[in-house]
Design a protein around this ligand. Sequence first.
Ligand code: BG6
Length: 484
Amino acid sequence: MVSRVIPVEAFDLVIFGGTGDLARRKILPGLFRRFKDGQIPDEARIIGAARSDMTSEDYRAQVFDALNEFLPISKRDQKALDAFLARIDYVGIDATGTHGWSDLARLMRPGLVQAFYFSVAPALFGDLAKRLHKHKIAGPEARIVVEKPFGHDLTSARDLNATLARHFDEQQIYRIDHYLGKETVQNLMAVRFGNLLFEPLWRNQYIDHVQITVAETVGVGGRGAYYDKSGAMRDMVQNHLMQLLCLIAMEPPARFDPDAVRDEKLKVIRALEPVEPGEVVRGQYKAGAETLSYRDDAENPASRTESFIAMKLHVANWRWNGTPFYLRTGKRMKSRVSEIVVRFKEPPHSIFEEDTGQSANELTIRLQPNEGMDLTVTIKEPGPGGMRLIDVPLDMTFAEALGEEAADVPDAYERLIMDVIRGNQTLFMRGDEVEAAWAWTDPVIAAWEAREEKPMGYEPGSTGPEEALILMHKDGRRWREIGS
Ligand code: BG6
């Protein structure tokens, strides 16, 4: 049981960086899946644009290879592939020069939705925006899609926003944070604001703390040069984890519309307190039996960049005063898990004897793998042994509850690209949100840079440095076991 596929309007979508990794891995396979499901109308066209000169025929062959590489075999239906490829064109274009722009102008069809995906280095955003205008390719309704990293700090993010604002209104700019396109992330809003059950309890009075974990098993090999200048704080916390925190902590928006939702998220970011040095743990993975150390992966023997970070945050407002948010994320960890745990407080008074095992409820929202939620409730242990209490999960694994098709929900990119075509910005970051996130992040990074702090080593396949466990233990709390 999945929702009906409602076709979007016909469009011309130009992918700058059409031969790049993101286009091959995510954008094109995502578009194909939406096409195969009947969401993309026949009149739609996808135009790859990149530096190299080749024919549309050559480009289609490259797209075909990418789809074969990145789509599961069950999705590669030859008839649909042929029909999809027939919708693809290519222009060789020079982002910083004049070559190719009139060819692109000729290909665009007036009257259709126009979208331009900037899947290129942010340094080229300004050049592309300027030329789209100069050659009168992008109309007032055109949409541009940009990817992270959206800046490296507050100053660079402001510059990027200002560059784009010279040619496009905020309503035309779609800043992707692919975590917002994940099924369970949206479900978080449905659960919070579509049920009466949780919202009255969703505050410091009843919630002891929140944990957000995004653990990955992969290292940074292959993208070490980029990653070494970012680290987990810039690569994951400033954007993905921050967005998850916002959705948990925000006030109910008046409507599910782009500005109402984003206004509430912005208030959360602005309410974040500066982080104390003692409340951050940074780590770097060591070499394993068959894996390189972070420093070898990054090819920087003296690197002080963190591949792991854990921290305790405080949202300074009435709702959350006294309820900490613990965040952790890292590479080369024990298993690939993204989840949010909302730990409720224990009941104020126990009517049961001390050794009966009373504990607190826990709501776990699993983003991946095995998307779903579970809520632990305390019940009587069945049997004749008197009143003993145990925690049992009320488990809702989406694939089980909603049928097999629910396991096949669209990938984040598919959903987000369809939202661009529909003109719905709810799941995209607004410029002021991104700037506020950097304004909070910058001083935290500056503090450890000023101390020339080195991250702590941790074993690959572990849960990060010991100190991350201590961060919670010293508050009398503990992380949910990764992969439990
Ligand atoms: C990206 C980061 O934004 O998100 C990567 O740059 C990270 O370092 C990735 O691996 C994680 O995304 P997902 O969807 O696999 O959890």
